[in-house]
Design a protein around this ligand. Structure first.
Ligand SMILES: NC(=O)c1ccc[n+]([C@@H]2O[C@H](COP(=O)([O-])OP(=O)(O)OC[C@H]3O[C@@H](n4cnc5c(N)ncnc54)[C@H](O)[C@@H]3O)[C@@H](O)[C@H]2O)c1
Length: 365
């Protein structure tokens, strides 16, 4: 059964309003998303986007596709590089160029970068599941480390100005004790191969900066949630709970320590706020490493209660033991990014309400 582990990260879902013709489906779907994404589409430093050629890897996925929409809205030329392992074609707007490429194919990555000649690379593509990384660490490293290096090498040869990298604040620091929030200086102590591969790639980014002058921003996301997240994945508990409760199905609640407890503690951040962090990185030319989170810890059971309230039902809960690789508690401090002008604009209750509204609109998609 699909579980409710807060896990690391998630996979992309989709959609178009049921029953509408294809063209209008796309339009009405994106209009609705602009509505639920209020805040992201407010005008910012528009001049940063003039002449920008943005390559978004993973642009067919959950977070990447929202970023693609926001970049296009601001006037950037956008290309998506994705192999659709979890991303969806419907997530790629017609105005974005598409390179259907697997990051593990060095030649194909190089050709795509040479063809598009990006000024900026937003590297969102990843093997993004903690569970898969525990089961298949070599696959995780092949995509997240070697695949990332293929991209980085092509980027520096093509003279890319900046790489913005989607790292993880949720899986890179290890356990964060009660009452504390991890800052960027917190020792890196990943508990999963996924966290380890993200940490390794951060190091490579700095090596490329030192050797080739390639600028980078590392954004360490907390647990991201919102529209288009996959309700059938191994992680992405808001989407999983929303999907199951809307269908009247029971949910699994993975324990923090013992089955029946309230589950792990995570810092849940709205996808629109994560997109704004990416935009800020290029608008202000932010160098180095930044946490992207709310600083607020919520248990899996608290998330479930908010989804229950938004859906208007009470869930049937199936308690389960802790999952290997899952941290007990992860909450991060985004003070450094806030000093650059960022803030989390959407509370968990409001974000869950918007996410459930999106899932109602998109049904099984
Ligand atoms: N969702 C979260 O809570 C969260 C938290 C921290 C970090 N992140 C990171 O953010 C990024 C985006 O995550 P997401 O939640 O949108 O996941 P997602 O699975 O929806 O998106 C990942 C995208 O990458 C593509 N992809 C995967 N492997 C690929 C490969 N070998 N070659 C080309 N494309 C490939 C997928 O098809 C998908 O479109 C990832 O790097 C993830 O590690 C996510």
């Amino acid at each position: 059964m699909a579980g409710g582990g807060p896990g690391g990260d998630a996979v992309g879902a989709v959609g178009a309003a049921p029953g509408a013709p294809a063209g209008s489906r796309e339009k009405s779907s994106r209009r609705f998303e602009t509505e639920v994404m209020t805040g992201v589409n407010a005008p910012t430093n528009q001049s940063a986007y003039a002449g920008m050629r943005a390559l978004v890897t993973g642009g067919a996925g959950f977070i990447g596709s929202h970023l693609v929409d926001a970049l296009i809205e601001r006037g950037a030329r956008v290309a998506v590089l994705d192999n659709f392992v979890s991303g969806k074609r419907v997530n790629v707007p017609p105005s974005a160029e598409l390179f259907e490429v697997d990051l593990r194919d060095a030649d194909a990555v190089r050709k795509a970068v040479e063809a598009f000649r990006p000024t900026h690379v937003f590297h969102q593509a990843a093997q993004a599941s903690v569970k898969v990384s525990v089961d298949e660490p070599a696959t995780d490293a092949a995509v997240n480390v070697l695949g990332g290096l293929h991209l980085l090498d092509a980027a520096r040869r093509a003279g890319v100005e900046r790489v913005v990298f989607a790292s993880t604040g949720g899986a890179i620091y290890g356990e964060v004790p009660e009452g504390r929030k991890a800052t960027e200086e917190w020792p890196l102590k990943p508990k999963s191969p996924y966290g380890a591969s993200k940490a390794a790639f951060e190091q490579y980014l700095d090596v490329y900066r030192q050797n080739f002058g390639l600028k980078y921003t590392v954004l360490r996301y907390a647990n991201v949630y919102g529209p288009r997240q996959d309700p059938y994945g191994e992680a992405g508990v808001v989407a999983i709970f929303a999907g199951r409760l809307l269908k009247g199905q029971p949910v699994t609640l993975f324990a923090r320590r013992e089955p029946g407890d309230d589950g792990c503690v995570r810092d849940y951040v709205w996808v629109g706020d994560v997109v704004r962090a990416n935009l800020l990185a290029v608008e202000q030319g932010l160098d180095g490493c930044y946490n992207v989170g709310t600083g607020v810890g919520s248990t899996t059971r608290q998330v479930l209660a908010a989804v229950e309230a938004a859906v208007g039902v009470q869930a049937q809960v199936e308690p389960a033991p802790p999952r290997p690789g899952d941290l007990e508690r992860s909450v991060i401090d985004a003070g450094k990014l806030m000093q650059a002008g960022w803030s989390a604009t959407v509370t968990l209750a409001e974000g869950i309400r918007r996410t459930v509204a999106w899932f109602r609109e998109h049904g099984e998609n």
